[in-house]
Design a protein around this ligand. Structure first.
Ligand SMILES: Nc1ncnc2c1ncn2[C@@H]1O[C@H](COP(=O)(O)OP(=O)(O)OP(=O)(O)O)[C@@H](O)[C@H]1O
Ligand SMILES: [Mg+2]
Length: 298
């Protein structure tokens, strides 16, 4: 079980701190690395090869994210990349996945100045044991011992620390719903609607390639104009969530996952479900940080 270090600190502050240490990439393999900021952050925390760090790798349908936390579980460095090598927790392109994780690991190691040797990873609920093992093999192929493989909602809840309610993770490929009672995940479901569907709708409506739609969808300046186009997909997500929480005594929904960064999605989901909906400031990083929180040691 991940340490409950976070309920004592402000969630949005923690996510902002994580955002601050992310090494940006333009997605084309060219890195704009704020090495100075990161190196000073590493120095502040006193991170060295001799101090334990906690590492999490989240292999996503859209984004694969690697986060490193310091000894006290505070964010030290992070990196992510858009790639289509995983689909809904299933490794579709093993070599591509290994190269992707190896690249993220290299980027972070260069900044921190030491080698990462161990990491935790995660799987969506309902994935077969063979696929869960594939995630372990991806890590091992990059020289990382896999300390544990945690299910995604439990990882997210290591950060959120909620006792009762639903954690809804709207990623690229799927919407994962987990109901938490007395701090434990008691029900999970994964439905095949996610951010990719928003991009497909934009791509179809504007007759532009998927990649352009994806870029415009994540551009803050374009989101207001795109909202009416994607709202019906958000409403569908809301009704999917409602189908799973109805009759299960859920009075609050916590939104995580990259798609929840689209402004307005929380209001749409609240109005369709009729349930209070909480959205952290940086929903994209909740699950990957929770994975790293689960990397407790060898
Ligand atoms: N600022 C943003 N606004 C809107 N959507 C965003 C934003 N940032 C990321 N996304 C979308 O979030 C999705 C990726 O989120 P996330 O990393 O949580 O998913 P994933 O883990 O890769 O997918 P899955 O959980 O389905 O396997 C993509 O569809 C991406 O376009
Ligand atoms: Mg995900």
């Amino acid at each position: 079980m991940a340490p409950r270090v976070l309920p004592q600190i402000d969630l949005d502050g923690y996510l902002r701190a994580a955002d601050d240490v992310v090494i940006p990439s333009d997605g084309a393999g060219i890195e704009h690395t704020p090495d100075i900021a990161l190196a000073s952050c590493a120095a502040r925390s006193g991170a060295t090869a001799h101090k334990p760090v906690h590492v999490g790798v989240d292999l996503g349908t859209a984004y694969t994210v690697l986060f490193v936390l310091d000894e006290a579980y505070h964010p030290l460095a992070g990196a992510y990349e858009f790639a289509q090598v995983i689909r809904d927790g299933v490794v579709m392109d093993f070599r591509g996945a290994v190269e992707l994780v190896a690249g993220l690991k290299r980027r972070i190691e260069r900044t921190l100045g030491f080698t990462l040797t161990r990491a935790a990873t995660c799987h969506p609920p309902g994935v077969s044991p063979a696929e869960v093992k594939a995630a372990r093999y991806v890590l091992e192929s990059t020289g990382l011992d896999c300390s544990t493989i945690v299910d995604e909602p439990s990882a997210a809840n290591a950060v959120l620390g909620i006792e009762n309610g639903a954690v809804v993770d709207i990623g690229g490929g799927t919407t994962g719903i987990a109901i938490v009672r007395d701090g434990a995940v008691v029900y999970t479901a994964d439905e095949p609607t996610g951010g990719t569907h928003l991009s497909l709708v934009i791509s179809g409506a504007l007759r532009i390639p998927f990649e352009d739609a994806e870029r415009r969808k994540t551009d803050r300046r374009e989101q207001q104009a795109l909202f009416p186009m994607v709202r019906p997909v958000m409403e569908k997500m809301g009704s999917i969530i409602l189908n799973h929480i109805r009759g299960r005594d859920v009075d609050v929904v916590y939104l995580v996952g990259g798609t929840c960064a689209f402004p307005g999605i929380d209001s749409v989901i609240a109005s369709v479900t009729g349930v209070r909906t909480v959205l952290p400031e940086r929903p994209l990083f909740v699950t990957p940080l929770g994975v790293a929180l689960n990397d407790l040691g060898p």
